[in-house]
Design a protein around this ligand. Structure first.
Ligand code: G1P
Length: 279
């Protein structure tokens, strides 16, 4: 079934300057773990063991994070500090990591297309690591989406209801509700002004995509902001075939900005760190 998960991670993280000047935004810690580690853990929980990361200049810390640090391992061997590395060691044992670089920033659609050689011709998940998703009640968001994929066999976007004044921060869908939490997508628009938005159902950073998306991205002209938008390529897929939108169970924090980042930090501190589940 789905084995691969793509992490577009080439972006500059301008909303977090100057912290992100020399450090990838995906390495920002939420309490004690970098953002991208939460994403990879969510992927592994969903059975996605082949991790593909689209990086860019200045992003080498990502590769070093998903590798053994011999000096460190040696230093803490046999001490109680080893517990801090249990989680990351599990990821290294159970996942493979491959990387490619996006040399020019031309949008999320372009970043996903850059990952094509790592993905090939199979369905795959996409995680935008600065959206941190957690579900204390049960399955993680990607696990929920992989289950749905088995049922629908088409691309799926995770959505949530947002304040109508904030539609200009998201891809926004319109569709027909086929179940409480599932919509068949009819149209989608990238970052519409509130008065132009077809709904307040916003796409967040979790996708399952069928591989025909790559040809569609190739045929997609630059859209909003002069960038190649995944939303525009998905719109074509919705017209040709099927795209579902899924109102996931759980919480999502926008860690690309200070407010969401602080909320996520407090949440993870209370629910994971203090309870001893943070490693
Ligand atoms: C991207 C997508 C947008 C989506 C958002 C989710 O925008 O283009 O459709 O709603 O991620 O986080 P970005 O936040 O990268 O500008």
């Amino acid at each position: 079934m789905i084995k691969k998960c793509l992490f577009p991670a080439a972006g500059y993280g301008t909303r977090f300057l100057p912290a992100t000047k020399a450090m990838p935004k995906e390495m920002l810690p939420v309490v004690n773990k970098p953002l991208i580690q939460y994403g990879v853990e969510e992927a592994l929980d969903a059975g996605l063991t082949e991790i593909s990361i689209v990086t860019g200049r200045g992003k080498r810390a990502l590769e070093d994070h998903f590798d053994i640090s011999y000096e460190l391992e040696n230093q803490i061997k046999g001490t109680d500090k080893e517990k801090y590395l249990v989680g990351i060691r599990k990821l290294l044992d159970e996942c493979s990591f491959s990387y490619t670089r996006q040399t020019e920033m031309k949008g999320l659609g372009h970043a996903i297309l850059t990952g094509r050689p790592l993905i090939g011709d199979e369905p795959f998940a996409v995680v935008l690591a600065d959206d941190l998703c957690v579900n204390l009640e049960g399955d993680g968001v990607l696990t929920q989406m992989v289950k749905l994929y088995k049922q629908f066999r088409c691309s799926i976007v995770a959505i949530q209801e947002v304040d109508p004044a904030e539609t200009n921060k998201y891809g926004v869908i319109a569709g027909e509700m086929i179940r409480d939490d599932i919509y068949r997508v009819h149209s989608m628009v990238e970052k519409p002004k509130p008065e132009d938005a077809p709904s307040n159902l916003a796409i967040i950073g979790r996708y399952i995509l069928t591989p025909d998306i790559f040809d569609l991205i190739e045929q997609t002209e630059p859209g909003k902001g002069g960038e190649i938008q995944i939303t525009d390529a998905l719109m074509k897929q919705a017209q040709n075939g099927c795209v579902m939108a899924y109102k996931f169970k759980g919480k999502r924090f926008d860690c690309g900005g200070a407010e969401g980042y602080i909320e996520a930090t407090n949440f993870c501190f209370e629910n994971f760190y203090k309870t001893g589940k943070a490693y």
